[in-house]
Design a binder for this molecule. Structure first.
Ligand code: ADP
Ligand code: MG
Ligand code: MG
Length: 901
């Protein structure tokens, strides 16, 4: 026979804290507290399995449930020495929801159940307080009517107010017994009028009504929405906790409160909480009266406070984490009603983890496991000031998009990168709004406070670039109609023109109209300590993706140990040191592309050489002593030339060509599938002079900084390789140029030549490629695209369906965000194994967006990579992930050993 009901009381419990899935968090916590001897009113828990059964069987209870509940009620009556519905000494219970994951305020609870016309007299006599008993009764009828029978709350409240008005009373606490008694009568006739039935007098009938309501609340719209938003999946349902009522509202020697074992906002080890004298639990939450702080409670009831303080110590020692507790004091006696691991701010998460490890409450390894990537993310980014009230905030929502990069940004809307730069020069704060962005836009993106695009997903150009800078970015805001001509955007009937203020919340993906205050969360010292522990624990190296000396320096601050990907193409557009020179670079690369013979190309490339060399010098200096992987030109050439006639004319004028020639050349560059087209190392196969210029710039820069006494380790990387022969041609050319420069320079310089692995064929034939390549860097953005045949720029249209559990649920997560360890991962494993079979010391890393995703980083550790490379702001997340991977590996080994015994 299935057991559906679990008892707790009198120091014993059928279950403990580890039974969360079955008993729900609340039930498991109550069982555990009972077991360790804390004062918990007795009760029983109907399991989540019963809820699961209920929904799988057309809202019918399991056959054995009735009997098991009856047995447990009898047991409860025995332990409490009270009887449900008794006229002399009645037992009252609360009926509380509680699933395995906390869903605050989402589901129902009913208090004071068991009261009827008979037992209310018993209750009044037993505490010698009519007023209290009738107040309890009306609360019960009120709650039961609204929660179980779903009668409108407002109608009930109206009757309460009318009664108070009649009696000329302001505070609930001043209502006499007769007033409450009158109200109970009114509620009951309202009940009869609405439902056609009498209010149930039988406590068992009341109980089943309440159980049904709690189960029902699991599927209530707000609960379903909450689970969707919080991504809570895979739960059986809610449990139902039936427990003896204790009363915080019997007088001034009673009360109720909520407390945390440590301060949940700062993390400080101070007892933190609120207490309300002469009140029942729900009054604290309702916020009708202002509660006092615990320090005040200590003053007025030192004895009970002392007990509570002891519970605090016991629970923390027991659960090894900060607890969030509910308690009630009835006539000077303390009762614990709930405990759970408390939610905390990111700053508090670090503070507590470090403090607890120092206190030896947890190990350093456990401390490392306590931090979530969101805790790190939310530490760095500014957010909208929480002081702004919710209503105002909601009224200003323009629309939503995909939350690509968290943080908030405020600025005036501009619709082109060029204008962004112009406005920024004048000292304006701008938000760059585009349908999509391209490498041409990076200058404008760099100066913008935040970026909003109508198309694209989390790995679109806008998202990747913005993430690299830790800049607030919302993409795929498809409802936003962006009109470049009239310089305006329209969404949901509202129009925002150039120069109007908007505020972006990149964490939530919400666009607001107007200018809001932002705050930057404080950067706690505990963060540094914990990250130091992480670094001492991890084996995986952590590098960064950085294209400029500025990014490189920022990444060093975040703990990067080198650059895993320096994309050279952004350097063709923007001069981060001398912005006014950006145009010059752009013209040089465009001249090169438009050239129709090698000579002309070389001439144009010679103009680019000094720019690239200067950039590399800056980057090498910033990365003093750490390796720098530089990727040669990668995107298809059409991305570097203008497609609008007007811009083509300007370009033609600058280069002394006819506009038609420019247009024709641009036309020729058109490809129907550019991502699979003439790009990556294929460009260097066709135009070796590009490779030669880039290698020259790299090696000359390296030689120069070396002469200045700076340690330099260049790693030259060819993108999109698919074959050993192909790579050999590139490698030979690279070495020819490099060795020649080194020889002439008279210095010694070490450098290595390797490749990205971003095509399945390259991964499959890794053993051949590794005969020549000294390192591999898995470019998992492209490798995911090419393995899955999914375009990351377009997949945003349907990929959400693939991830949505309710739709298709094919993938647990977006494969462009979290590495598809099964499929793409198989190619990676194979590539590493094959590669190292022909070159044992092959250096292996990853440089896609996945290098900054916690789970993907863990995978990289497992498959034996040497390093991961992430955008600067995600470097700390990678460091954390690499450390967590080691801790998890250790504990898996330990439990493996345990099993063998
Ligand atoms: P929630 O999960 O929304 O906090 P709870 O089930 O914890 O709902 O209950 C709501 C309030 O009622 C809480 O303040 C709680 O402490 C109080 N409460 C619940 N059960 C009892 C009880 N048996 N005696 C006294 N107060 C109770
Ligand atoms: Mg609660
Ligand atoms: Mg690539």
């Amino acid at each position: 026979m299935t057991k559906w009901v679990y008892f707790f009381g009198a120091g014993k419990a059928e279950g403990d804290a580890s039974w969360r899935d079955l008993l729900g968090g609340k039930g498991a916590g109550l069982a555990e507290m009972t077991k360790i001897g804390l004062p918990v009113p007795a009760g029983f828990t109907i399991s989540t399995e019963a809820c699961d059964y209920f929904y799988k069987n057309g809202k019918k209870y399991p056959a054995e449930l009735k009997k098991q509940v009856a047995e447990n009620v009898a047991k409860l009556e025995k332990v409490t020495k009270k009887k449900l519905g008794d006229a002399k000494n009645p037992l009252l219970v609360s009926v509380r929801s509680g699933s395995a994951r906390s869903m605050p305020g989402m589901m129902e609870t009913i208090l004071n159940l068991g009261l009827n016309d008979k037992s209310v007299e018993g209750l009044a006599k037993s505490v010698n307080n009519d007023r209290f008993a009738w107040d309890a009764y009306r609360r019960f009828v009120q709650m039961y009517s609204s929660v179980v029978m779903e009668l409108p709350k407002g109608d009930l409240e109206d009757r309460l107010h009318a009664m108070k008005h009649r009696l000329n009373i302001k505070d609930d606490t001043s209502v006499p017994a007769s007033g409450w008694k009158e109200l109970v009568g009114e509620y009951k006739s309202f009940f009869k009028q609405k439902t056609g039935k009498d209010f149930p007098e039988d406590p068992i009938e009341q109980l089943w009504g309440a159980v049904g309501a709690v189960f029902g609340s699991w599927m209530a719209e707000k609960a379903v929405t909450y689970r969707r938003v919080e991504k809570i999946t895979g739960l059986l349902g809610t449990a139902v906790n039936v427990m003896q009522m204790v009363f915080g509202n019997t007088g001034d020697n009673s009360g109720t409160g909520v407390c945390f074992t440590r301060n949940p906002s700062s993390g400080e080890k101070i007892f933190y909480g609120d207490y309300l004298v002469n009140a029942q639990g729900e009054d604290v939450v309702a916020g009708i009266r202002t509660p006092m702080h615990l320090t005040e409670m200590k003053r007025i009831m030192p004895k009970v406070y002392g007990q509570l303080e002891k519970v605090r110590v016991t629970l923390e020692k027991h659960f090894h984490d900060m607890q969030d507790m509910e308690f009630t004091v009835e006539d000077g006696k303390l009762y614990m009603l709930q405990t759970r691991t408390g939610k905390r701010t990111p700053a508090a998460a670090f503070q507590m983890a470090v403090d607890m490890a120092n206190e030896k409450l947890i190990s350093k390894e456990e401390a490392i496991m306590r931090i979530k990537p969101e805790d790190i993310e939310r530490l760095f980014y500014p957010v909208i000031d929480a002081k702004l009230d919710k209503k105002t905030l909601e009224s200003r929502i323009l629309g939503t998009g995909i939350n690509a990069v968290p943080g908030a940004a405020v600025g005036k809307v501009v619709f082109s990168a060029h204008e962004a730069e112009e406005w920024a020069k004048k000292g304006e704060k701008v938000i760059l709004v585009r349908r999509e962005t391209s490498p041409e836009d990076v200058g404008g993106m760099a100066v913008a406070q935040g970026i909003l695009t109508a198309t694209g997903g989390k790995t679109s150009h806008a998202a990747v670039v913005a993430r690299g800078w830790g800049k607030c970015c919302i993409v795929g805001a498809e409802k936003f109609n962006i009109d470049y001509k009239s310089k305006s955007l329209t969404v949901a009937g509202k129009t925002i023109k150039e120069g109007e203020w908007v505020t972006l919340d990149g964490g939530e993906g919400i666009v607001y109209s107007g200018q809001m205050d932002l705050v930057t969360p404080a950067f706690p010292a505990a963060y540094q300590t914990l990250m130091k522990w992480a670094d001492q624990t991890r084996r995986l190296g952590v590098r960064t993706n950085a294209d400029t000396p500025q990014d490189a320096r920022k990444a060093r601050e975040f703990g990067a140990e080198g650059i895993g990907l320096c994309r050279t193409e952004h350097m063709f557009f923007t001069d981060f040191e001398f912005p006014e020179k950006g145009q010059e670079r752009q013209r040089a690369i465009q001249e090169m592309i438009l050239a129709d013979n090698k000579e002309a190309r070389v001439k144009a490339l010679d103009k680019l050489l000094p720019f690239q060399r200067r950039d590399f010098i800056g980057i090498f200096k910033a990365m003093d002593g750490f390796p720098v992987t530089i990727r040669l030109i990668d995107p298809p050439l059409h991305e570097f030339v203008p497609h609008e006639r007007k811009k083509q004319e300007e370009l033609a004028k600058d280069l002394g060509l006819s506009a038609d020639v420019v247009a024709r050349r641009v036309e020729q560059l058109h490809e129907s599938n550019p991502m699979l087209g003439h790009r990556g190392c294929r460009l260097a196969i066709t135009y070796p002079e590009i490779l030669e210029m880039q290698v020259r710039a790299i090696i000359e820069a390296a030689v120069e900084v070396k002469k200045q006494g700076i340690k330099v380790l260049p790693e030259i990387m060819h993108p999109l390789t698919l074959d050993k022969k192909e790579f050999s041609i590139l490698e030979d050319a690279t070495r020819r140029v490099a060795n020649d420069i080194i020889k002439k320079s008279g210095t010694k310089l070490d450098y290595i030549v390797g490749t990205m692995i971003e095509l399945p064929r390259a991964a499959l034939m890794a053993n051949e490629i590794a005969e020549r390549a000294e390192f591999f860097s898995f470019g998992t953005n492209d490798l995911t695209q090419t393995t899955m045949g999914l375009s990351r720029d377009d997949a945003g249209r349907f990929l959400p369906d693939y991830v949505d559990e309710k739709k298709a649920g094919v993938f647990a997560a977006d494969p462009f965000q979290s590495l598809d360890t099964k499929g793409v991962g198989m190619l990676i494993r194979w590539g590493i194994e094959k590669g190292r079979s022909s070159r044992a010391k092959l250096k292996v890393g990853i440089c896609g967006e996945h290098g900054g995703d916690l789970d993907s980083v863990k995978f990289c550790h497992q498959v034996g990579m040497d390093y991961v490379s992430a955008s600067p702001y995600r470097v700390p997340i990678s460091r954390l992930g690499a450390a967590q991977a080691v801790v998890e590996e250790k504990s898996a080994k330990k439990s493996g050993k345990g099993k063998k015994k």
